[in-house]
Design a protein around this ligand. Structure first.
Ligand SMILES: Nc1ncnc2c1ncn2[C@@H]1O[C@H](COP(=O)(O)OP(=O)(O)OP(=O)(O)O)[C@@H](O)[C@H]1O
Length: 212
């Protein structure tokens, strides 16, 4: 699903991550690591938001640096603490993302309904609570048909019922489209409704795969 080649990410003179050669097979992974270990840095690098040295390759051939448009259509990302333009409504933002990802018309509607966003999706985002904002960011990550969905701290802010809905979205995409997922979390999540392939651990600036 994902391959790192001579990957290095530094902030100024501080090297945050260094991954020589590492492959992540298709599946659902929990990305773990203590505060400051580099989880968000890694996810933002995979998403194409941060610059880095080396290469990240999707599905064996799509190099983020060589085919950035195609790559970004196939990899979506929901930030841990999303910030959106406050003057747009949720639905306006959904339309923008849907167009960029070439989503079919109306794809968002079942997601809006299952997450019970109907009452506020047409209101400006500036009026949203943090949980409403988080649900919107999760929905945006599912628009179109990405091959890989990255969710940074999906468990924070949303309530337990919404978490179950999110799990059902993830399971459905995995079953129907074979979508890959990398989810970061501080908490251990051994939930039978979300069978995982493995755990990725960031330690000492590098990445390990812990088989489960
Ligand atoms: N914009 C930045 N400028 C300088 N250093 C940064 C920047 N962003 C992150 N870092 C550093 O990179 C390292 C990794 O940070 P990152 O936010 O990726 O960790 P994290 O594992 O997501 O942390 P947390 O669990 O606390 O959210 C930390 O040492 C942090 O101080």
């Amino acid at each position: 699903m994902l391959q790192f080649k001579d990957f290095k990410k530094s902030y100024g003179s501080f090297q945050a991550l260094s991954i020589a050669d590492f492959k992540v097979e298709q599946g659902l992974y929990w990305l773990k690591g203590v505060n400051g270990s580099g989880k968000s840095t890694l996810l933002k690098s995979i998403a194409g938001i941060l610059s880095f040295d080396g290469d990240i390759i999707l599905n064996g051939s799509i190099n983020q640096k060589k085919e950035p448009v195609l790559y970004r259509q196939l990899v979506s990302f929901a930030e841990a603490e999303p910030l959106f333009p406050e003057f747009l409504t949720g639905r306006e933002l959904i339309r923008l993302f849907a167009e960029a990802r070439k989503a079919e018309k109306g794809q968002e509607q079942p997601y809006i309904e299952s997450m019970q966003m109907q009452s506020y999706v047409d209101r400006p985002i500036g009026s949203y609570s943090s949980g409403m904002n988080k649900k919107l960011s999760l929905l945006l990550a599912f628009l179109g048909h990405p091959k890989l969905i990255l969710l940074d701290e999906p468990l924070i802010t949303i309530d337990t019922a919404s978490l179950e809905i999110l799990y059902s979205w993830i399971n459905q995409r995995r079953q129907q489209e074979g979508t890959g997922f990398i989810l970061s979390s501080h908490q251990s999540l051994d939930d039978a409704t979300l069978p995982k392939t493995g755990e990725l651990l960031i330690q000492n600036h590098t990445l390990q795969n812990l088989d489960v």
